[in-house]
Design a protein around this ligand. Structure first.
Ligand SMILES: O=P(O)(O)OC[C@H]1O[C@H](O[C@H]2O[C@H](CO)[C@@H](O)[C@H](O)[C@H]2O)[C@H](O)[C@@H](O)[C@@H]1O
Ligand SMILES: O=c1ccn([C@@H]2O[C@H](COP(=O)(O)OP(=O)(O)O)[C@@H](O)[C@H]2O)c(=O)[nH]1
Length: 454
């Protein structure tokens, strides 16, 4: 069997410890399968192109530095100020410029230039996410003939939104150079098929089999990403004895804990969630003082203006809610911008009675699955989950909410806090069965099997 070559903007280098589902999920896959992992080093250098090599176990890491200009145009610019808001249904935040698009294409071409000579004909190349949509086409132009798969970690919005992007055909037709294109959910796949029919001049031969305008066939499918369920469960069991977890437990003074864990990103619905928590305190005075809400929100994409504004807004909101509702011995919201390792997070999840996972849009949301995996099977907590997260398709037994409905989320928090043990057990069991069967290894195997047979 050929070597597995993963390509992603962000690579989980051995010393890397930043939040983000893609890197965490691919790390688990690479550790199991071995192979080459290729991407951006995350470093800014005087010039783009310097390569670095590292090895850990059966994984070889090859990463490239980018210049300030390239990183600014490609990552902060076109990827995170144009594509990210577009793919999360936020037309109001899309900032398009020809300069940043040119930078995006330049960095994709650089990746292709460096990667093409390293590939062997029997390699299976798996390219990830919106940063690298054109890469297959650029590799093919350089003579690469091996199997190329693509997985989109974020949502695929409706064709009408995609069509608002200048030059959208040139970008999205790049997907036709892959042998297999994977999405998080069936709904994302359907919206992609609509786009191919309506704007891509292609045909859907049958569900999951497409023919492009140029007559090339490719496959497309839904492959919901997952977590290393057994590992998170075992981390959570061990974490009970960890000092940081004991300190958190002691600090609660027998109050229940509600937890949120998200990169500081506008897609995660944090201001709406803070408002819903405040509304919960107003609407349910009988429960006041029984729940402390800990929001962990490591800073993400801090050079992008929309993310800096969000940070300011949240600081204001947290202060406002605490000023309004706190007592001398109780602070309702604890808002923390630190990044915690999984070994600690797993213990925090297990301690929590309620998890608040209420993104406005999310490709999957691995935190929702991690929370379920970390629960005590004799006394599980309750997951309050946005129906706009990819995870909602599988975690149907969560308390599902519309994150825009502040009163609805407030009432769901109250329902979660007061839910009888019997109902908590029944809901948790169904969700745990799902992520035990469908863990990260199953995700990788399903995608690679489909790619090998595509
Ligand atoms: O690399 P960053 O810019 O720091 O951002 C972190 C990652 O955010 C996004 O994650 C997505 O992938 C998760 C795993 O499939 C999924 O659960 C989540 O819903 C997505 O938002 C982004 O797509 C990644 O490329 C980033 O690395
Ligand atoms: O302090 C933190 C906050 C988050 N995460 C991890 O970052 C990932 C976030 O993935 P998710 O799919 O929920 O969202 P994304 O950030 O990829 O959009 C999850 O594995 C979290 O456990 C982490 O390790 N430390």
């Amino acid at each position: 069997m050929g070597r597995l070559v993963m390509v992603s903007n962000r690579v989980a280098l051995p010393e890397e410890a930043r939040a983000g589902g893609l890197a965490i999920a691919l790390k688990a896959s690479m550790e199991e399968a071995g192979g080459l992992w290729f991407g951006w080093s995350g470093k800014i250098a005087a010039e783009s192109g310097q390569m670095h090599e590292q090895r850990l176990g059966n994984v070889q890491f090859l990463t490239i530095d980018l210049s300030k200009q390239d990183a600014g145009d490609y990552y902060d610019g076109f990827a995170n100020r144009t594509l990210w808001p577009l793919l999360h249904f936020r037309m109001d935040l899309v900032d398009y410029s020809r300069e940043t698009y040119a930078g995006y294409l330049r960095v994709n071409a650089l990746f292709a230039e460096k990667l093409a000579p390293l590939l062997r004909p029997d390699d299976v190349v798996w390219i990830h996410d919106y940063h690298l949509i054109p890469l297959a086409q650029l590799l093919r132009e350089r003579g690469v003939r091996c199997r190329l798969g693509f997985f989109l970690h974020v949502p695929m919005p409706s064709s009408d939104l995609l069509a608002a992007l200048p030059d959208h055909r040139r970008l999205f037709e790049g997907l036709s150079a892959y042998d297999l294109v994977g999405f998080q959910t069936e709904r994302d796949l359907e919206r992609f098929q609509d786009y191919v029919r309506l704007f891509g001049h292609g045909q859907v031969i049958e569900h999951g089999v497409l023919e492009t305008a140029l007559g090339r066939r490719l496959r497309a499918g839904a492959f919901p990403i997952s977590i290393d369920t057994a590992h998170i469960r075992s981390l959570a069991e061990k974490a009970v004895g960890k000092a940081s977890v004991k300190r958190l437990a002691a600090s609660l003074s027998r109050r229940s804990l509600a937890i949120g864990v998200d990169r500081l990103d506008y897609s995660k619905g944090l201001p709406e969630r803070f408002r819903a928590f405040s509304r919960f305190l107003q609407r349910h005075p009988e429960l006041r003082g029984r729940l402390t809400y800990l929001q962990i929100a490591p800073v993400s994409r801090g050079d992008v203006p929309e993310y800096r504004q969000l940070r300011q807004e949240l600081e204001g909101l947290a202060g406002h809610i605490n000023g309004r509702h706190a007592d001398a011995d109780w602070t309702p919201v604890r808002y923390v911008n630190r990044n915690y390792p999984h070994a600690t997070l797993a213990g925090f999840y297990r301690l929590a009675r309620v998890a608040l996972v209420t993104p406005l849009r999310d490709g999957m949301n691995l935190v929702a699955k991690e929370f379920v995996a970390a629960q005590d099977e004799a006394d599980p907590g309750v997951l309050v989950l946005s129906s706009f997260a990819g995870a909602a398709r599988e975690l149907t037994h969560a308390l599902q909410v519309n994150p825009y409905d502040v009163d609805g989320v407030a009432d769901a928090i109250a329902a979660a806090l007061t839910m009888p043990l019997e109902e908590r057990l029944a809901r948790w069991r169904v969700m745990m069965d799902c992520i035990e069967k469908h863990d990260i290894a199953a995700w990788r195997q399903d995608f690679l099997a489909a790619l090998r047979s595509a």
